[in-house]
Structure formats: structure tokens, C-alpha cells
Design a binder for this molecule. Structure first.
Ligand SMILES: [Zn+2]
Length: 60
């Protein structure tokens, strides 16, 4: 399984995309990106849910 996220689905206008075979690692990558590029230093439950809702799980 490959997990993918287009940041633009959560943050309109952002062209960054992420993919990882590990969902937890994907979230860590997204969190790091959110902090450095969007100034979101705290992944609140609402932010986490918004991100999770846009993660696509694709067959490897
Ligand atoms: Zn972004």
C-alpha cells in the first residue's frame, strides 16, 4: 500500500505532494512540511483529521 497526500487538498494553493509506504511516516513528513512552509507548528486533532481525510491509500 502506498499512501499519498496532495497538500493542496488541505492547503489550497500548495503544490507539494507526499507519498510513503508508511502512513505514520507520511504524517511526519506532512507535519514537517506544514511547520516549515505553512507555519503550522502544532498538528491539532482538527488539522490531523483534515489531513487524514485527504490521504489516498493506493495499491503498491
Ligand atoms: Zn503545503
Amino acid at each position: 500500500m502506498i499512501f499519498k497526500l496532495a497538500c493542496g487538498d488541505v492547503m489550497p494553493g500548495c503544490a507539494s505532494t507526499f507519498e510513503n509506504i508508511d502512513r505514520t511516516s507520511l504524517m511526519q513528513d506532512v507535519a514537517a512540511h506544514a511547520a516549515s512552509d505553512h507555519g503550522i507548528t502544532e498538528i491539532t486533532p482538527d488539522v490531523h483529521a483534515a489531513i487524514n481525510g485527504h490521504v489516498q491509500a493506493l495499491p503498491a
